[in-house]
Design a protein. Sequence first.
Length: 120
Amino acid sequence: MNAQEVIRSIEAEQLKSDLPIIHVGDTVKVGVRIKEGDKERVQPYEGTVIAMRNGGISETITVRRVFQGIGVERVFLLHSPRIASITIIRRGKARRAKLYYLRDRVGKSARLKQRFDRPL
């Protein structure tokens, strides 16, 4: 067994199996585990998926939301133990892989049409 096979087998144990199928343009609610002192709580972060990267254990999604008039983006490692849950709220219709153009838009022009052909 060479080194790559060992790494793949260790990564396979860390992969989460309960993740929903996420597409770019979807509105998701990500439950993030936050540690405050000795307590731990789950904080929801809701926004639009504007990018997805890589695959396997290093798969990430970039989620954007506008909070108090300021755009906030966070990158989440999907298979991280800090991610408690991912819920799909709305399926968005996107015709490209990266929706970086939404950064320049505010209000109604930043909306995406809803897709009804994919289940939640």
